[in-house]
Design a protein around this ligand. Structure first.
Ligand SMILES: NC(=O)c1ccc[n+]([C@@H]2O[C@H](COP(=O)([O-])OP(=O)(O)OC[C@H]3O[C@@H](n4cnc5c(N)ncnc54)[C@H](O)[C@@H]3O)[C@@H](O)[C@H]2O)c1
Ligand SMILES: [Zn+2]
Length: 372
């Protein structure tokens, strides 16, 4: 069993084969603890409870819920607050959240607000959670009007990625994680892209995942450490998410988050190439890496079968995109790649150029774009 610590924040980010002993070590002897977990990782959560008890923690109870975006709601938060109350949790209690980003976002938010704030530990069990969502102290729930509209900056006491949990994670969820890892590589780690190119997503080898996740987590930690409250450079983490979020929204569930980010990364690359700030060969390389991970390079609007993008679909994508907080006047703010390993953020792009990129992202790339 092995653990790697990623330094840089005020709390440890640990990538571990088995999170149980690391979580137990992060809790004081005799401290009250509640474990809140995705029912899909019940066995992993039980291991953590066992380790906590063995180290003398007072486990008040374990709560299992269905993971996923729907639980990240006012209702989800309310039931968690009420369960904490029922279990006798007070301000000295630590909440241990075991699951993907939906669970750590919800539990982090509930921790920030329960009795004006209690300690929590994030135990991510998805690639996306380990590489991205559980790190950085941003917590949130969704409102019917949109994602992450109520939340708080509330850093955990520790993040302990549980690599062995990945054995049960669906290939589609792994691919979503890879999209974010490719994003991290473009932001700050060119070597990470080489590593992705050599990885098979269906790969279950924990050692291979460990390296990818540690490298991506380093990128996230570095960006967050430089800008914990998102006043500037942290915006770089939105790479691929401007067009990505808009097509994810318009596709109404037909596109996974990773698939949408993949299309969004292509969109950002296209804009950067168009502006002459990014080499077409680097853009082609990213497309190949995305495709190699089984991610799509284009999307189709909702409806029966694959239909071409109509003007009204384009309008909807643009409307959604401009409703996003990144808008300003007749332009949209983008994060764009300059080189693999370097991005520029807050680049104002004319809406017409964005429209062209959106249109292009609804079709497979031509040979000029992939350079094949
Ligand atoms: N706070 C942040 O900074 C931040 C950053 C990025 C994303 N996010 C949030 O993260 C969420 C997405 O995270 P996610 O992709 O991990 O989603 P998720 O929690 O919904 O997990 C995805 C699916 O995998 C299942 N699952 C989780 N772990 C598993 C395992 N080990 N084995 C089998 N199944 C497992 C879940 O039940 C769910 O069905 C979004 O809500 C997003 O807004 C937050
Ligand atoms: Zn994302």
């Amino acid at each position: 069993m092995s653990s790697t610590i990623v330094d840089g924040l005020s709390y440890p980010v640990i990538v571990s084969d088995d999170a149980a002993p690391d979580v137990a070590a992060a809790v004081e002897h005799g401290a009250p603890v509640v474990v809140f977990a995705d029912a899909r990782v019940r066995a992993r959560a039980r291991r953590i409870v066992g380790a906590l008890r063995a180290r003398g923690a007072r486990v008040l109870g374990s709560l299992f819920v269905r993971g996923g975006e729907r639980g990240k709601s006012v209702r989800g938060a309310q039931s968690l607050w009420q369960d904490l109350l029922r279990l006798g949790a007070d301000r000295s209690t630590t909440l241990v959240a075991v699951g993907g980003g939906s669970i750590t976002d919800l539990a982090g938010f509930a921790s920030a607000t329960y009795m004006r704030g209690i300690a929590w530990i994030a135990v991510p069990t998805t690639v996306l959670g380990m590489a991205d969502a559980a790190i950085g102290g941003k917590t949130a729930i969704d409102l019917p009007q949109g994602k992450n509209l109520a939340g708080a900056f509330w850093p955990p006491r520790a993040v302990v990625a549980d690599l062995n949990a990945l054995r049960t994670l669906a290939v589609r969820e792994r691919a979503t994680g890879i999209a974010e890892i490719i994003k991290a590589a473009i932001i700050a780690d060119p070597g990470l892209l080489d590593l992705v190119e050599r990885t098979d997503v269906a790969e279950t080898d924990i050692a291979a995942w460990r390296e990818l996740i540690v490298r991506a987590a380093r990128v996230k930690v570095g960006v967050v450490a430089a800008d914990p409250q998102e006043r500037g450079v942290r915006a770089a983490l939105n790479l691929g998410h401007t067009i990505g979020h808009a097509v994810e929204h318009v596709a109404r569930g037909a596109l996974s988050h990773g698939a949408a980010v993949s299309v969004g990364l292509r969109g950002a690359g296209l804009l950067a190439v168009r502006l002459g700030m990014f080499a077409p060969s680097d853009h082609a390389r990213i497309l190949a890496a995305l495709r190699g991970a089984g991610l799509p390079l284009y999307w189709s609007p909702p409806g029966r079968g694959r239909r071409p993008l109509a003007k009204r679909d384009e309008d909807r994508v643009l409307q959604t995109l401009r409703r996003d907080k990144k808008r300003s006047g007749g332009s949209v703010q983008f994060v764009l790649p300059e080189r693999i390993g370097e991005v520029r953020y807050a680049v104002a792009i004319d809406v017409q150029l964005v429209r062209d990129a959106v249109r292009q992202c609804a079709k497979p790339p031509q040979v000029e774009e992939t350079m094949e």
